[in-house]
Design a protein around this ligand. Structure first.
Ligand code: AMP
Length: 402
């Protein structure tokens, strides 16, 4: 699969000679920490970084890994030290990971200059410097000065122009790692050259967050399915009764424009015919099914109903490519999880290339145990959304063209 038609046809780590070179590798080691034990709760991001690291080490590069971790707000705070990641990484690699005491300071510079081919070190949390998020050129240059090549493998951060995600590319030849390349191939492939029909499924709470993605997907999709809290702004905009359901009144004009554009372009826009609503935002709120534009006062729609499930899953079954971002309802509550579960199962059962944006839809497919049947689950929620919006992602745009 090529990432050509997205405008992103970028060099990857296999397109450049890394032997004997010092490689600055931007990873996403922003791992979740268990508040009680202080230990890493899920090592998924560390495991995901291994293929690129192992490739580089095997090909005799000296790897200087870096990442942000939490929000230390520009100063050294021990609880945001990446030392805990170095330990886990070392366990997975079966070799030592040299931990620097700083990011661009004396210790990092000394250790990076002494690093030999086939060895790996980890810099401290890039966000210990406020210059990181400001994309300060001097800070970026100091990071870059430690290396000969920059490899980006942190998809979750490519929508941000920070020193370690974009700034360093001004001083070093910059290419993607395997994890980033996979995102480019799958998301890029789905939106640039999809196997048709392309069915987009959009859900989640706020329609205002998703207007950009709806607008771009309207240009390329054959059908768009809209569920979740964001659907009710569409119903109210057309004069429907939605009770206490989520609604953004100031977006009426925008959602009506989306409907109009779908009609003009011949894109099927599916909204949930019925919904399951309760008396308050809780699991035990007496779920009842109503037509989505006839929800009584005092009731709040929190899931799509059986008729909507049937219509949506039929559309999904016929898809060639599926992109999904956002749950169909409050899937965290068991009484309102059925719509999201049914959509997850339908996506898993389909023969389509299926791509799940990060965040809540990724959590949903994991919760419902169908992650193995999905073609690609993105590692970046915000980044995958901006990618599908057709926005320029600075951390990708800055890489060398293939
Ligand atoms: P988002 O971050 O916009 O993708 O929204 C995800 C969140 O939307 C999830 O936590 C869901 O519980 C919530 N959500 C989905 N549907 C509804 C709904 N009908 N009413 C309230 N919250 C919803």
């Amino acid at each position: 699969m090529s990432s050509n038609a997205t405008g992103y046809n970028k060099k990857s780590v296999t397109d450049i000679d890394v032997g004997g070179k010092r490689v600055l590798l931007r990873c996403d080691f922003n791992v979740p920490i268990d508040k009680e034990t202080g230990k890493i709760r899920d090592e998924g991001r560390i495991v995901a970084a291994l293929p690129t690291i192992e490739y580089l080490l095997k090909n005799n590069a000296a790897v200087i890994a870096c990442s942000h971790f939490g929000r230390p707000k520009g100063e050294f705070k021990p609880e945001f030290s990446l030392a805990i990641v170095a330990e886990s990484l070392s366990k997975h690699l079966g070799k030592p990971v040299i931990m620097a005491k700083d990011v661009i300071g004396e210790d990092a510079v000394k250790k990076s200059s002494e690093l030999k081919p086939g060895e790996i070190m980890l810099l401290e949390n890039t966000r210990f410097h406020s210059e990181e998020e400001k994309n300060d050129p001097e800070f970026a240059k100091k990071l870059a000065d430690m290396a000969d090549i920059y490899v980006s493998d942190a998809f979750g951060s490519v929508h941000r122009a920070h020193a370690s995600t974009e700034g360093v590319s001004h001083y070093l030849p910059a290419v993607s790692g395997f994890l980033l390349k996979k995102e480019l191939d799958y998301i890029g492939g789905a939106i640039s050259d999809p196997k048709r029909p392309l069915v987009a499924i959009l859900g989640g709470a706020k329609v205002s967050d998703k207007l950009g993605v709806i607008s771009n997907l309207l240009k390329i999709s054959d059908a768009i399915i809209i569920g979740g809290g964001m659907a009710y702004t569409f119903f109210k905009a057309e004069g429907g009764k939605i009770g206490n359901s989520l609604c953004e009144d100031d977006e009426f004009a925008s959602v009506l424009k989306c409907k109009e554009e779908a009609k003009t372009r011949g894109v099927k826009l599916l909204l949930p015919a019925d919904s399951v609503a309760g008396t308050e935002f809780s699991n035990d709120s007496g779920p009842k099914t109503f037509k989505s534009n006839e929800i009584p006062d005092g009731m709040m729609a929190m899931d799509i109903g059986p008729e909507a499930i049937s219509e949506f899953t039929k559309e999904i079954a016929g898809a060639g490519t599926i992109v999904w971002n956002g749950p169909m309802g409050v899937f965290e509550f068991s009484n309102y999880a059925e719509g999201t579960r049914a959509v997850a199962n339908a996506v898993a059962a389909s023969n389509a290339i299926s791509i799940i944006g990060g965040g809540d839809s990724a959590a949903a497919v994991r919760k419902f145990g169908v992650e193995d049947k999905i073609t690609h689950i993105s590692t970046g929620g915000g980044a995958s959304l901006e990618f599908m919006e057709g926005k320029t992602l600075p951390g990708i745009a800055c890489l060398l063209d293939a």
